[in-house]
Design a protein around this ligand. Sequence first.
Ligand code: ME8
Length: 516
Amino acid sequence: MTAKPFYVTTAISYPNGAPHIGHAYEMIATDAIARWKRLEGREVYFLTGTDEHGIKMVQTAAAQGLTPRELADRNSAEFRRLAEVLEISNDDFIRTTEQRHHESSQAIWKKMEASNNGDIFQSTYKGWYSVRDEAYFDEDELTEKDGKKFAPSGAEVTWVEEPTYFFRLSAYQQKLLDLYESNPDFIAPKERRNEIISFVKSGLQDLSISRTTFDWGIPVPGAPGHVMYVWVDALTNYITGVGFPDEASELFKKFWPADLHVIGKDIIRFHTVYWPAFLMSAGIEVQHRVFAHGFLTVDGQKMSKSLGNVIDPFYLVDEFGADAVRYFFLREVSFGNDGDYSNEKLVNRVNADLANNLGNLAQRSLSMINKNCDAKVPQPGPLTEADQALIAEVTDALDAAQKAMDEQLVHEATGAIIAALSSANNYFAGQEPWALKKTDPERMATVLYVTADTVRRLAIPMLAFVPASASRLLDQLAVPEDQRSLAAALNANSLLTNTPLPLPQGVFARLERKAE
Ligand code: ME8
């Protein structure tokens, strides 16, 4: 493969509890992007994993009578299992407690320490800390209620005072602004970029990057009693995953800098301010792009344990199947904005687009071919204007989907494919191949050919979104593995005449609403 390699990551999740649908959503969206790039013919490396250090893990474990290690082992396994049941095509799953990651984090620390600016220095941190966010806050960012102080996320903050190491973030203000200026695509969506630029313009304070009041973390090299602030080690996972500190390794040379970090909107500062500053300090190339997706709510409400509305993604997959769950989130939520899950919306969306639209077209055309064309791809005659119009529309839809995916607008890409499928259904209904059977069997063969080839051309991009069903659909059209690329989809009328086809079977079952 000669095309440029593509390295994409999700955030690594805290395994302080079981995964919820927000975590599932991020995996699904990133997987769609990774699979799309593979369909483009690019060599993709896709990393996900768990972020296992920090005070939040210590406190949650203690409350459950576990060690942090036991808690991490238990829940990390659940995140890994989630990736499996959702058919996530990650190439690696990193745990920050792994030896390779300890080595990598200590190596980047040393590089930052050795930087010309003297970027790491010792002092005393005095200020507010939110355990739930694993983040420091300035007094003016907090709100007060009943004598308690709260971070913007709503999490209570505590006062901490301890001797720690600091990172000279203040020295990176102009360098970061220059980075955003010369790389207009560095932060997406655009509104997020503006927010970050004004945050950085308002001034950056040095960042406390070690802790001394607990020991569940990566030891700071040469500083007994200090463990790294969890975000220093967490962000470093992205380079550990491609072989850092071995910068000469094949993996690192091929895939770093990362093409895309996909994260949620709550952690954008860490990824677009701290992370590039750490990398610049360490003399490592900065990632190309960060895309911040929105947050999911359930039936219009924020998910929370106290409301009891946290949705278990394993339950959704058991009830509806991985492809239905994947499709719902990819199509329903406009990527970058907040989105809402409800049982009703999922069932309606999947039935309308997958069962009625794509499924129906495939089933109707393939069963006619089976009965009337000797179960072989029919031989088309001359193409009419209606045939040409549909073929052109499918090409336009594929182009539109590609443009959308170039900017990670997954909902627009799926929308373009589904709109073309609606047109194909109208074409099929308008041409009435069942009536042509008696009056003009040659024309019937042409209509069936054009329809089947359209299903092929639109099922290929669907491999990124609903991989198992789209692949079964392509099996029914006897499309060989090496013809399942976006280039092959753009190539109209390439379904091979006379190829024997298997007995068609419905690929998309209609869903029923479940009792809540
Ligand atoms: O933030 N809807 O871990 P995390 C959509 N360990 N996305 C959501 C969500 C929701 N309701 N809730 C969380 C962390 N997310 C750190 C990341 S990366 C070096 C370290 C997203 O388990 C969240 O925005 O709290 C983040 O991208 C991911 O899930 C993991 O969240």
